[in-house]
Design a protein around this ligand. Structure first.
Ligand SMILES: Nc1ncnc2c1ncn2[C@@H]1O[C@H](COP(=O)(O)OP(=O)(O)OP(=O)(O)O)[C@@H](O)[C@H]1O
Ligand SMILES: [Mg+2]
Length: 415
């Protein structure tokens, strides 16, 4: 209400003007109510939110989640350049905020925290009007955990694909082994028989040669063939024995039975047994072989003999990788959180990423010339897997390799 003095002729009057402001009052109340509501949502939002002045890119306010994410106090936040928090790209968008008509979003940018570290975040900006001014509300979502989960999922998937590949190669290999076994038995049996037959025939042929001079055998003179044929025959027998060795290994590799896994064994004893079996080989390849067995290891469920086989394979690989006898090989055991570890470390040639990715594939070998079959690690892998453990490698070319077996310790009280 407004009152104004008024003179009409001689009379002094007062003019009162009344205005109905109910609508304005209601509107003001509604506005402050909605601002209060906005403030509560802003304060309690799990996502970090900062309010920026449109066009100038300075922080007007920040919610507690933003304080936690960036590490600045509210006072420090106010007036800060937004570019220092979320980079120039986002700042550009905020500067043109008025023209945005609705907002903007960035799937992934780097947020810079107070201590200089960076966090991957997504940013969504919305133009809002608060107390008759236009501002930009930036919602910043921390993606660190999401990215970690995605990476973990990718890692698990790669492992599953690898395990699946090993299983299918294993099935294929055991099928092939079975097919090869029968014809190879013929070769082995017949070549042995032919060797014996040749020894008998050679005596008669030798006599014939002495009486009548040289003659042709298979297109070559007998005088030459008499020396070559035994070599050919023993070559066939040796080759066939080698095939038999591979086939037997493959049968081990794909064997499904769990025989020998019910017992439990002492890991250190298995390691020492492997080392003593290999003593000749160890002496041949290195002057520096160490065994470092931890005391008081819990027992492990399964077959000690099979684990010996794995340790033998790993130590042999380590020895074969050494450039000279000064290089070291260390076999160590330890325990941690219900698991027992056996590590075989060498100062050998190491492996490139490509080799490392394939070491456990059956028949993968870089030692074909030296008689490597490429079955050592694939068999080791399947043995460790049936014991519920893992077999991993760390390797760097020119530095060396660490093979790590992890086995679950036998639960206490079950011994
Ligand atoms: N400690 C190691 N240092 C360097 N390379 C290694 C090591 N262990 C394994 N490798 C690589 O992995 C390949 C596969 O090993 P794996 O034991 O399966 O077969 P192999 O040793 O070649 O033959 P074998 O069947 O006689 O064991 C090797 O040929 C070698 O290239
Ligand atoms: Mg090997």
């Amino acid at each position: 209400m407004a009152i104004t003095p008024l003179r009409v002729g001689e009379k002094e009057l007062a003019l009162g003007i009344k205005r109905d402001i109910t609508a304005r009052k209601t509107a003001e109340e509604a506005l402050s109510e909605s601002e209060e509501r906005f403030r509560q949502i802003f304060e309690q939002n799990q996502d970090a939110q900062v309010i920026l002045g449109c066009g100038e890119c300075r922080v007007i306010d920040a919610n507690p989640a933003a304080i936690a994410l960036f590490g600045y106090s509210r006072e420090e936040f106010i007036g800060m350049e937004e570019a220092d928090l979320l980079g120039e790209k986002v700042c550009e968008k905020v500067k043109t905020g008025l023209k945005l008509q609705g907002g903007f979003s960035f799937e992934r940018v780097d947020a810079v925290r107070r201590d200089g570290t960076k966090a991957a975040v997504s940013v969504r900006g919305q133009v809002i009007t608060l107390r008759q001014s236009t501002m930009v509300l930036c919602t910043v979502r921390d993606l660190t955990e999401l990215i970690r989960m995605e990476e973990e999922a990718r890692y698990i998937q790669a492992k599953l694909i690898h395990a699946n590949k090993m299983t299918s190669i294993g099935t294929l290999a055991s099928g092939v082994a079975h097919e090869i076994n029968n014809p190879n038995n013929f070769i082995l049996f017949n070549s042995t028989l032919l060797s014996d037959a040749w020894k008998d025939a050679a005596r008669i042929l030798e006599r014939y040669y002495r009486d009548n001079g040289d003659f042709s055998l298979g297109g070559l003179p007998y005088s030459e063939m008499s020396e070559v044929v035994p070599e050919l025959l023993s070559g066939i027998t040796d080759g066939s024995r080698r095939i038999k060795g591979i086939v037997d290994n493959l049968k081990d590799f794909s064997r499904k039975d769990k025989a020998g896994l019910e017992g439990s064994f002492d890991v250190n004893r298995a390691v020492m047994a492997s080392v003593s079996i290999l003593s000749n080989q160890i002496a041949k390849y290195t002057d520096s072989f160490e065994v470092d067995c931890a005391e008081g290891l819990p027992k492990v469920k399964g077959s000690g003999q099979k684990i010996e086989q794995v340790v033998i394979n790993l130590v042999l690989n380590a020895l074969h990788a050494l450039a000279d006898k000064k290089k070291r090989v260390i076999v160590a055991t330890r325990q941690e959180e219900g698991r027992v570890f056996i590590e075989v470390r060498d100062e050998g040639a190491g492996m490139t990423r490509d080799v490392l990715d394939r070491v456990m594939e059956p028949f993968f070998t870089t030692k074909a010339d030296l008689g490597g079959t490429g079955l050592g690690l694939s068999i080791s892998y399947s043995i460790i897997k049936e014991h519920g453990g893992t077999l991993e490698f760390d390797s760097a070319p020119g530095i060396g390799t660490t093979a790590r077996i992890t086995l679950p310790a036998e639960a206490e009280g079950l011994e």
